[in-house]
Design a protein around this ligand. Structure first.
Ligand SMILES: Cc1ncc(COP(=O)(O)O)c(C=O)c1O
Length: 499
Protein backbone atom coordinates (compact mmCIF):
# COMPACT_ATOMS: atom_id res chain seq x y z
CA UNK A 1 0.00 0.00 0.00
CA UNK A 2 1.21 3.51 -0.87
CA UNK A 3 2.44 5.36 2.20
CA UNK A 4 0.28 8.35 3.26
CA UNK A 5 3.56 10.30 3.23
CA UNK A 6 3.19 10.55 -0.57
CA UNK A 7 0.18 12.82 -0.04
CA UNK A 8 0.38 16.61 -0.19
CA UNK A 9 -2.98 17.67 1.26
CA UNK A 10 -2.23 21.36 1.70
CA UNK A 11 -0.18 21.86 -1.45
CA UNK A 12 -2.75 20.02 -3.56
CA UNK A 13 -5.63 22.07 -2.12
CA UNK A 14 -3.76 25.31 -2.78
CA UNK A 15 -3.03 24.26 -6.33
CA UNK A 16 -6.70 23.39 -6.93
CA UNK A 17 -7.89 26.71 -5.48
CA UNK A 18 -5.37 28.60 -7.61
CA UNK A 19 -6.65 26.94 -10.77
CA UNK A 20 -10.39 27.21 -10.05
CA UNK A 21 -11.95 29.82 -12.39
CA UNK A 22 -13.77 32.39 -10.26
CA UNK A 23 -14.03 36.12 -9.61
CA UNK A 24 -12.24 36.97 -6.38
CA UNK A 25 -13.73 39.49 -3.97
CA UNK A 26 -11.36 38.77 -1.10
CA UNK A 27 -7.79 39.58 -0.06
CA UNK A 28 -5.03 39.88 -1.20
CA UNK A 29 -5.67 42.92 -3.39
CA UNK A 30 -3.69 41.67 -6.38
CA UNK A 31 -6.37 38.95 -6.93
CA UNK A 32 -4.20 36.02 -7.97
CA UNK A 33 -1.77 38.32 -9.74
CA UNK A 34 -4.36 40.06 -11.99
CA UNK A 35 -3.59 43.41 -10.39
CA UNK A 36 0.04 42.83 -9.43
CA UNK A 37 2.66 45.26 -10.71
CA UNK A 38 4.55 44.15 -13.79
CA UNK A 39 7.97 44.05 -12.14
CA UNK A 40 6.59 41.83 -9.36
CA UNK A 41 4.95 39.48 -11.87
CA UNK A 42 8.18 39.40 -13.89
CA UNK A 43 10.12 38.54 -10.74
CA UNK A 44 7.86 35.86 -9.27
CA UNK A 45 5.91 34.62 -12.28
CA UNK A 46 2.13 34.52 -12.51
CA UNK A 47 1.97 30.99 -11.09
CA UNK A 48 3.34 32.08 -7.71
CA UNK A 49 0.89 34.97 -7.44
CA UNK A 50 -2.02 32.76 -8.46
CA UNK A 51 -1.62 30.69 -5.31
CA UNK A 52 -1.04 33.62 -2.95
CA UNK A 53 -4.46 33.04 -1.43
CA UNK A 54 -6.14 33.66 1.94
CA UNK A 55 -8.15 31.32 4.18
CA UNK A 56 -10.66 30.14 1.56
CA UNK A 57 -13.14 27.46 2.67
CA UNK A 58 -11.08 24.69 1.03
CA UNK A 59 -7.82 25.86 2.60
CA UNK A 60 -8.59 25.38 6.30
CA UNK A 61 -7.47 27.78 9.07
CA UNK A 62 -4.03 27.72 10.67
CA UNK A 63 -5.43 28.69 14.08
CA UNK A 64 -8.33 26.20 14.15
CA UNK A 65 -7.24 23.48 11.74
CA UNK A 66 -9.70 20.75 10.86
CA UNK A 67 -9.11 20.19 7.14
CA UNK A 68 -6.07 20.18 4.88
CA UNK A 69 -3.80 22.01 7.37
CA UNK A 70 -4.64 19.49 10.06
CA UNK A 71 -3.93 16.62 7.66
CA UNK A 72 -0.62 18.18 6.58
CA UNK A 73 0.40 18.77 10.22
CA UNK A 74 -0.45 15.18 11.13
CA UNK A 75 1.72 13.88 8.30
CA UNK A 76 4.54 16.17 9.49
CA UNK A 77 4.20 14.93 13.09
CA UNK A 78 4.53 11.39 11.81
CA UNK A 79 7.55 12.18 9.60
CA UNK A 80 9.46 14.14 12.24
CA UNK A 81 8.59 11.83 15.16
CA UNK A 82 6.22 14.10 17.11
CA UNK A 83 2.80 13.54 18.64
CA UNK A 84 1.56 16.91 17.43
CA UNK A 85 3.00 19.45 15.00
CA UNK A 86 2.09 23.08 14.32
CA UNK A 87 3.08 24.80 11.07
CA UNK A 88 4.64 28.23 11.62
CA UNK A 89 4.62 31.08 9.12
CA UNK A 90 6.88 33.36 11.15
CA UNK A 91 10.01 31.24 11.57
CA UNK A 92 11.36 29.47 14.61
CA UNK A 93 11.25 32.93 16.15
CA UNK A 94 7.49 32.70 16.79
CA UNK A 95 7.80 29.03 17.82
CA UNK A 96 10.34 29.81 20.53
CA UNK A 97 8.27 32.75 21.73
CA UNK A 98 5.19 30.53 21.93
CA UNK A 99 7.13 27.73 23.67
CA UNK A 100 8.17 30.02 26.53
CA UNK A 101 4.83 31.85 26.69
CA UNK A 102 3.10 28.47 27.01
CA UNK A 103 5.34 27.12 29.76
CA UNK A 104 6.22 30.11 32.00
CA UNK A 105 3.94 32.61 33.70
CA UNK A 106 5.21 36.06 34.75
CA UNK A 107 7.80 35.67 37.52
CA UNK A 108 8.36 31.96 36.84
CA UNK A 109 11.89 30.75 36.18
CA UNK A 110 13.31 29.21 33.02
CA UNK A 111 16.82 27.76 32.72
CA UNK A 112 18.42 28.67 29.40
CA UNK A 113 21.82 29.22 27.79
CA UNK A 114 23.38 32.63 27.90
CA UNK A 115 23.74 32.45 24.10
CA UNK A 116 20.08 31.61 23.43
CA UNK A 117 18.71 33.12 20.21
CA UNK A 118 17.24 36.60 20.53
CA UNK A 119 13.75 35.12 20.07
CA UNK A 120 14.19 33.50 23.51
CA UNK A 121 15.03 36.91 24.98
CA UNK A 122 11.99 38.35 23.18
CA UNK A 123 9.96 35.57 24.81
CA UNK A 124 11.26 36.56 28.26
CA UNK A 125 10.10 40.11 27.56
CA UNK A 126 6.70 38.97 26.31
CA UNK A 127 6.09 36.45 29.09
CA UNK A 128 7.69 38.12 32.09
CA UNK A 129 9.57 34.87 32.82
CA UNK A 130 12.74 35.14 34.90
CA UNK A 131 15.87 33.81 33.18
CA UNK A 132 18.32 31.56 35.00
CA UNK A 133 21.25 31.67 32.63
CA UNK A 134 23.67 28.81 32.18
CA UNK A 135 26.95 29.70 30.50
CA UNK A 136 27.60 27.63 27.39
CA UNK A 137 30.79 25.61 27.16
CA UNK A 138 33.24 28.10 25.58
CA UNK A 139 35.99 27.03 23.19
CA UNK A 140 38.73 29.67 23.36
CA UNK A 141 40.71 28.16 20.46
CA UNK A 142 37.80 28.52 18.06
CA UNK A 143 36.13 31.44 19.88
CA UNK A 144 32.89 29.51 19.67
CA UNK A 145 30.24 28.93 22.31
CA UNK A 146 29.12 25.30 22.24
CA UNK A 147 26.11 23.83 24.04
CA UNK A 148 25.35 24.03 27.72
CA UNK A 149 26.88 21.10 29.61
CA UNK A 150 24.65 18.63 31.50
CA UNK A 151 26.58 19.27 34.75
CA UNK A 152 25.81 23.00 34.53
CA UNK A 153 22.13 22.29 33.92
CA UNK A 154 22.09 19.90 36.90
CA UNK A 155 23.60 22.64 39.09
CA UNK A 156 21.05 25.22 37.90
CA UNK A 157 18.21 22.78 38.58
CA UNK A 158 19.50 22.14 42.08
CA UNK A 159 19.81 25.85 42.83
CA UNK A 160 16.42 26.64 41.27
CA UNK A 161 14.12 23.68 41.96
CA UNK A 162 11.16 25.95 41.20
CA UNK A 163 12.20 26.40 37.52
CA UNK A 164 9.36 25.61 35.13
CA UNK A 165 11.34 24.63 32.02
CA UNK A 166 14.80 24.15 30.52
CA UNK A 167 15.57 25.51 27.06
CA UNK A 168 18.59 24.47 25.02
CA UNK A 169 19.93 25.39 21.58
CA UNK A 170 20.58 22.17 19.66
CA UNK A 171 22.64 22.27 17.51
CA UNK A 172 24.46 25.59 17.59
CA UNK A 173 24.92 27.68 14.47
CA UNK A 174 28.22 25.83 14.00
CA UNK A 175 26.51 22.43 13.98
CA UNK A 176 27.77 21.50 17.44
CA UNK A 177 25.27 19.28 19.26
CA UNK A 178 25.17 19.12 23.04
CA UNK A 179 24.12 16.12 25.11
CA UNK A 180 20.40 16.55 24.59
CA UNK A 181 19.57 13.11 25.96
CA UNK A 182 21.28 13.81 29.30
CA UNK A 183 19.68 17.26 29.57
CA UNK A 184 16.21 15.88 28.77
CA UNK A 185 16.73 13.28 31.49
CA UNK A 186 17.74 15.94 34.04
CA UNK A 187 14.75 18.15 33.24
CA UNK A 188 12.39 15.18 33.52
CA UNK A 189 13.89 14.12 36.87
CA UNK A 190 12.77 17.55 38.09
CA UNK A 191 9.34 17.09 36.50
CA UNK A 192 9.77 19.91 33.98
CA UNK A 193 9.87 19.95 30.18
CA UNK A 194 12.89 20.37 27.92
CA UNK A 195 12.26 22.88 25.14
CA UNK A 196 14.70 22.61 22.25
CA UNK A 197 15.62 25.31 19.77
CA UNK A 198 16.46 22.92 16.91
CA UNK A 199 16.29 25.74 14.35
CA UNK A 200 19.36 24.33 12.60
CA UNK A 201 18.55 20.63 13.01
CA UNK A 202 15.35 19.87 11.08
CA UNK A 203 17.28 17.27 9.04
CA UNK A 204 18.53 15.23 12.01
CA UNK A 205 15.64 12.73 12.00
CA UNK A 206 16.52 11.50 8.53
CA UNK A 207 20.02 10.05 8.80
CA UNK A 208 21.79 8.03 11.52
CA UNK A 209 25.11 9.78 10.85
CA UNK A 210 23.63 13.11 11.89
CA UNK A 211 23.28 13.95 15.60
CA UNK A 212 20.23 12.37 17.22
CA UNK A 213 17.02 14.35 16.64
CA UNK A 214 15.92 16.14 19.82
CA UNK A 215 12.49 14.48 19.79
CA UNK A 216 14.12 11.05 19.64
CA UNK A 217 16.35 12.05 22.53
CA UNK A 218 13.30 12.79 24.68
CA UNK A 219 12.72 16.56 24.27
CA UNK A 220 9.16 17.63 25.04
CA UNK A 221 8.93 20.53 22.61
CA UNK A 222 11.10 21.15 19.55
CA UNK A 223 11.14 24.14 17.21
CA UNK A 224 12.73 23.73 13.78
CA UNK A 225 13.43 26.22 11.00
CA UNK A 226 12.38 23.92 8.18
CA UNK A 227 13.46 26.71 5.85
CA UNK A 228 17.06 26.82 7.08
CA UNK A 229 18.18 23.32 6.15
CA UNK A 230 15.33 21.62 4.31
CA UNK A 231 13.28 22.59 1.26
CA UNK A 232 10.70 24.94 2.82
CA UNK A 233 10.58 28.63 1.97
CA UNK A 234 12.10 31.33 4.16
CA UNK A 235 10.08 31.85 7.38
CA UNK A 236 8.39 28.44 7.15
CA UNK A 237 9.04 26.46 10.34
CA UNK A 238 7.50 23.83 12.63
CA UNK A 239 6.85 23.33 16.33
CA UNK A 240 6.62 19.73 17.52
CA UNK A 241 5.41 18.37 20.85
CA UNK A 242 5.37 14.95 22.51
CA UNK A 243 4.45 13.63 25.95
CA UNK A 244 2.26 15.22 28.61
CA UNK A 245 4.45 18.00 30.01
CA UNK A 246 3.29 20.61 27.49
CA UNK A 247 -0.26 21.92 27.20
CA UNK A 248 -1.29 21.75 23.52
CA UNK A 249 -3.99 24.28 24.18
CA UNK A 250 -1.55 26.83 25.59
CA UNK A 251 0.77 26.36 22.61
CA UNK A 252 -2.13 27.02 20.20
CA UNK A 253 -3.16 30.13 22.11
CA UNK A 254 0.40 31.43 22.36
CA UNK A 255 0.99 30.89 18.64
CA UNK A 256 -2.09 32.95 17.88
CA UNK A 257 -0.51 35.79 19.86
CA UNK A 258 2.76 35.87 17.93
CA UNK A 259 1.71 35.12 14.34
CA UNK A 260 -0.10 37.09 11.67
CA UNK A 261 -3.81 36.40 11.27
CA UNK A 262 -3.05 36.22 7.53
CA UNK A 263 -0.36 33.54 7.28
CA UNK A 264 1.03 32.97 3.80
CA UNK A 265 -0.35 29.79 2.24
CA UNK A 266 2.63 29.69 -0.07
CA UNK A 267 4.87 29.29 2.99
CA UNK A 268 2.53 26.77 4.63
CA UNK A 269 2.33 24.67 1.44
CA UNK A 270 6.13 24.71 1.25
CA UNK A 271 6.15 22.96 4.65
CA UNK A 272 3.86 20.27 3.28
CA UNK A 273 6.22 19.82 0.30
CA UNK A 274 9.38 19.79 2.46
CA UNK A 275 7.85 17.14 4.73
CA UNK A 276 6.87 14.92 1.79
CA UNK A 277 10.31 15.27 0.22
CA UNK A 278 12.06 14.24 3.45
CA UNK A 279 9.61 11.48 4.36
CA UNK A 280 10.10 9.86 0.96
CA UNK A 281 13.73 10.65 0.15
CA UNK A 282 15.25 12.06 3.33
CA UNK A 283 17.81 9.31 3.87
CA UNK A 284 19.10 9.49 0.31
CA UNK A 285 19.19 13.29 0.30
CA UNK A 286 21.08 13.41 3.59
CA UNK A 287 23.52 10.74 2.36
CA UNK A 288 24.29 13.05 -0.56
CA UNK A 289 24.65 16.14 1.65
CA UNK A 290 26.97 14.28 4.04
CA UNK A 291 29.06 13.02 1.14
CA UNK A 292 29.39 16.52 -0.37
CA UNK A 293 30.28 17.97 3.03
CA UNK A 294 32.85 15.23 3.70
CA UNK A 295 34.49 15.86 0.32
CA UNK A 296 34.67 19.57 1.03
CA UNK A 297 36.00 19.00 4.56
CA UNK A 298 38.75 16.61 3.43
CA UNK A 299 39.90 18.88 0.62
CA UNK A 300 39.76 22.10 2.63
CA UNK A 301 41.81 20.47 5.39
CA UNK A 302 44.56 19.84 2.84
CA UNK A 303 44.87 23.51 1.86
CA UNK A 304 47.79 25.02 3.79
CA UNK A 305 46.66 27.71 6.20
CA UNK A 306 43.10 26.42 6.69
CA UNK A 307 41.65 24.55 9.68
CA UNK A 308 38.17 23.02 9.70
CA UNK A 309 36.15 22.44 12.88
CA UNK A 310 35.79 18.69 13.34
CA UNK A 311 34.57 16.01 15.72
CA UNK A 312 37.89 15.47 17.48
CA UNK A 313 36.79 18.12 20.00
CA UNK A 314 33.80 16.03 21.01
CA UNK A 315 35.51 14.06 23.73
CA UNK A 316 37.19 17.02 25.43
CA UNK A 317 34.32 19.55 25.66
CA UNK A 318 31.25 18.92 27.82
CA UNK A 319 29.15 21.09 25.47
CA UNK A 320 30.32 19.30 22.31
CA UNK A 321 28.69 15.89 22.13
CA UNK A 322 28.48 15.49 18.34
CA UNK A 323 28.94 17.49 15.17
CA UNK A 324 26.58 17.93 12.26
CA UNK A 325 29.10 17.25 9.48
CA UNK A 326 27.02 19.24 6.99
CA UNK A 327 28.22 22.44 8.71
CA UNK A 328 31.72 23.55 7.78
CA UNK A 329 33.49 26.12 9.93
CA UNK A 330 36.75 27.13 8.30
CA UNK A 331 39.44 29.07 10.19
CA UNK A 332 41.35 31.42 7.87
CA UNK A 333 43.65 33.08 10.42
CA UNK A 334 46.77 31.48 9.00
CA UNK A 335 46.01 32.86 5.55
CA UNK A 336 46.64 36.28 7.06
CA UNK A 337 42.99 37.26 6.64
CA UNK A 338 40.12 37.92 8.98
CA UNK A 339 37.00 35.83 8.45
CA UNK A 340 35.13 39.04 7.53
CA UNK A 341 37.72 39.89 4.85
CA UNK A 342 37.76 36.35 3.47
CA UNK A 343 33.97 36.51 3.31
CA UNK A 344 34.06 39.75 1.34
CA UNK A 345 36.57 38.38 -1.18
CA UNK A 346 34.79 35.04 -1.56
CA UNK A 347 31.42 36.75 -2.05
CA UNK A 348 32.46 39.64 -4.28
CA UNK A 349 35.21 38.08 -6.36
CA UNK A 350 35.09 34.31 -6.21
CA UNK A 351 31.36 33.55 -6.45
CA UNK A 352 31.08 31.80 -3.08
CA UNK A 353 28.86 33.09 -0.27
CA UNK A 354 29.11 31.79 3.29
CA UNK A 355 26.35 31.67 5.92
CA UNK A 356 28.21 33.23 8.82
CA UNK A 357 31.53 35.11 8.83
CA UNK A 358 33.31 35.82 12.08
CA UNK A 359 36.64 37.31 13.08
CA UNK A 360 38.70 34.18 12.52
CA UNK A 361 36.43 31.83 10.59
CA UNK A 362 33.49 31.39 8.25
CA UNK A 363 30.67 28.88 8.47
CA UNK A 364 29.14 27.21 5.39
CA UNK A 365 25.86 25.25 5.30
CA UNK A 366 25.80 22.23 2.99
CA UNK A 367 22.22 21.11 2.39
CA UNK A 368 20.07 19.10 0.01
CA UNK A 369 20.19 22.05 -2.39
CA UNK A 370 23.95 21.92 -2.93
CA UNK A 371 25.58 20.26 -5.94
CA UNK A 372 29.06 18.79 -6.59
CA UNK A 373 29.71 21.93 -8.69
CA UNK A 374 29.12 24.10 -5.60
CA UNK A 375 31.69 22.07 -3.68
CA UNK A 376 34.21 22.35 -6.54
CA UNK A 377 33.73 26.10 -6.58
CA UNK A 378 34.16 26.32 -2.80
CA UNK A 379 37.42 24.37 -2.91
CA UNK A 380 38.70 26.27 -5.94
CA UNK A 381 37.88 29.60 -4.25
CA UNK A 382 39.82 28.65 -1.11
CA UNK A 383 42.76 27.39 -3.20
CA UNK A 384 42.85 30.78 -4.94
CA UNK A 385 42.58 32.62 -1.64
CA UNK A 386 45.36 30.57 -0.09
CA UNK A 387 47.94 31.02 -2.87
CA UNK A 388 51.04 32.68 -1.48
CA UNK A 389 51.04 35.28 -4.25
CA UNK A 390 47.27 35.68 -4.19
CA UNK A 391 46.18 38.98 -5.66
CA UNK A 392 43.62 39.06 -2.87
CA UNK A 393 46.18 39.37 -0.11
CA UNK A 394 46.00 43.08 -0.31
CA UNK A 395 48.33 44.94 2.02
CA UNK A 396 45.42 46.72 3.58
CA UNK A 397 44.94 46.63 7.32
CA UNK A 398 41.26 45.75 6.80
CA UNK A 399 42.32 42.43 5.31
CA UNK A 400 44.94 41.58 7.87
CA UNK A 401 44.16 39.16 10.57
CA UNK A 402 44.52 40.02 14.21
CA UNK A 403 46.39 37.10 15.63
CA UNK A 404 45.51 37.85 19.20
CA UNK A 405 42.47 35.98 20.44
CA UNK A 406 39.53 37.86 21.89
CA UNK A 407 39.55 37.74 25.68
CA UNK A 408 37.49 35.25 27.68
CA UNK A 409 33.85 36.46 27.98
CA UNK A 410 33.15 38.20 31.32
CA UNK A 411 31.00 36.69 34.03
CA UNK A 412 27.29 37.55 33.56
CA UNK A 413 26.29 40.93 34.95
CA UNK A 414 23.94 41.02 37.96
CA UNK A 415 20.27 41.11 37.01
CA UNK A 416 18.45 44.04 38.60
CA UNK A 417 15.18 44.03 36.65
CA UNK A 418 13.50 41.28 34.66
CA UNK A 419 14.05 41.59 30.89
CA UNK A 420 10.36 42.50 30.63
CA UNK A 421 10.48 45.28 33.24
CA UNK A 422 13.67 46.72 31.73
CA UNK A 423 12.26 46.60 28.22
CA UNK A 424 9.04 48.34 29.25
CA UNK A 425 10.79 51.01 31.33
CA UNK A 426 11.68 54.46 29.93
CA UNK A 427 15.24 54.49 28.64
CA UNK A 428 17.95 56.90 27.52
CA UNK A 429 21.22 56.76 25.64
CA UNK A 430 24.42 57.46 27.62
CA UNK A 431 28.08 57.75 26.63
CA UNK A 432 29.92 54.47 27.21
CA UNK A 433 32.07 56.04 29.95
CA UNK A 434 28.93 56.88 31.92
CA UNK A 435 27.37 53.44 31.46
CA UNK A 436 28.93 51.39 34.32
CA UNK A 437 26.53 51.14 37.23
CA UNK A 438 23.47 51.80 35.02
CA UNK A 439 20.94 49.15 33.98
CA UNK A 440 21.00 47.98 30.38
CA UNK A 441 17.81 48.50 28.40
CA UNK A 442 19.15 46.52 25.46
CA UNK A 443 20.59 43.18 24.47
CA UNK A 444 24.24 43.89 23.72
CA UNK A 445 26.08 41.10 21.97
CA UNK A 446 29.65 40.94 20.64
CA UNK A 447 30.60 38.81 17.60
CA UNK A 448 32.71 36.81 18.18
CA UNK A 449 31.64 34.88 20.10
CA UNK A 450 27.90 35.69 19.96
CA UNK A 451 27.33 35.36 23.72
CA UNK A 452 25.35 38.41 24.94
CA UNK A 453 27.30 40.48 27.45
CA UNK A 454 24.32 42.54 28.57
CA UNK A 455 20.64 41.75 28.59
CA UNK A 456 17.77 44.12 29.36
CA UNK A 457 17.66 44.51 33.15
CA UNK A 458 21.31 43.71 33.86
CA UNK A 459 23.69 46.09 35.62
CA UNK A 460 26.41 47.34 33.27
CA UNK A 461 29.76 46.54 34.88
CA UNK A 462 33.15 48.09 34.07
CA UNK A 463 34.32 44.55 33.21
CA UNK A 464 31.54 44.18 30.63
CA UNK A 465 32.39 47.55 29.05
CA UNK A 466 36.11 46.78 28.74
CA UNK A 467 35.36 43.37 27.25
CA UNK A 468 33.09 44.92 24.60
CA UNK A 469 35.76 47.52 23.82
CA UNK A 470 38.39 44.79 23.49
CA UNK A 471 36.23 42.88 20.96
CA UNK A 472 35.76 46.03 18.86
CA UNK A 473 39.49 46.85 19.06
CA UNK A 474 40.27 43.39 17.67
CA UNK A 475 37.95 43.92 14.68
CA UNK A 476 34.79 42.28 16.05
CA UNK A 477 31.27 43.68 15.93
CA UNK A 478 28.93 44.58 18.79
CA UNK A 479 25.17 44.64 18.20
CA UNK A 480 22.64 46.45 20.38
CA UNK A 481 24.76 49.56 21.02
CA UNK A 482 24.87 52.98 19.38
CA UNK A 483 27.56 54.47 17.11
CA UNK A 484 30.12 51.64 17.20
CA UNK A 485 30.01 51.34 21.00
CA UNK A 486 30.10 55.09 21.73
CA UNK A 487 26.77 54.86 23.57
CA UNK A 488 24.61 52.32 25.40
CA UNK A 489 20.85 52.39 25.97
CA UNK A 490 20.09 52.35 29.70
CA UNK A 491 16.97 52.37 31.87
CA UNK A 492 16.20 55.87 33.17
CA UNK A 493 17.01 56.34 36.87
CA UNK A 494 13.36 57.09 37.62
CA UNK A 495 12.43 53.55 36.55
CA UNK A 496 14.99 51.69 38.65
CA UNK A 497 15.45 51.02 42.31
CA UNK A 498 19.12 51.96 42.12
CA UNK A 499 18.66 55.73 42.51
C1 LIG B 1 19.70 29.16 17.02
C2 LIG B 1 18.57 29.89 16.33
N1 LIG B 1 17.34 29.82 16.85
C3 LIG B 1 16.29 30.44 16.28
C4 LIG B 1 16.44 31.19 15.13
C5 LIG B 1 15.26 31.87 14.54
O1 LIG B 1 14.86 31.18 13.39
P1 LIG B 1 13.94 31.81 12.26
O2 LIG B 1 14.83 32.61 11.38
O3 LIG B 1 13.36 30.62 11.56
O4 LIG B 1 12.90 32.64 12.91
C6 LIG B 1 17.72 31.29 14.56
C7 LIG B 1 17.91 32.09 13.35
O5 LIG B 1 18.98 32.32 12.87
C8 LIG B 1 18.81 30.63 15.17
O6 LIG B 1 20.05 30.70 14.66
Amino acid sequence: MRSPQHELPLLAALQACGQRPHSAFYTPGHKQGQGASEPLTALLGRAALQVDLPELPDLDNLFAPEGVIQQAQELAADAFGAERTWFLANGSTCGIEAAILATCLPGEKIILPRNAHQSAIAALILSGAVPIFVNPDYDARWEIAHSIAPAMVAQALEQHPDAKAVLMVYPTYYGVAGDVQAIAHLAHQHGIPLLVDEAHGAHFAFHPELPIAALRAGADLVVQSTHKVLGAMTQAAMLHVQGNRISRDRISRALQLVQSTSPSYVLLASLDAARQQMALNGHELMTQSLSLADTARTQLQQIPGLAVLDETLASSSPGFHALDRTRLTVDVTNLGLTGFAADEILHEQLGVTAELPSLHHLTFIISLGNTPQDIDRLIHAFCTLAKADSEFKIQNSKFKTQNSATPQPPSPSPQHLTPRDAFLAPSESVAIAQAPGRISAALVCPYPPGIPVLLPGEVITAEAVSYLQAVVALGGIVTGCGDALQTLEVVKYSATRLD
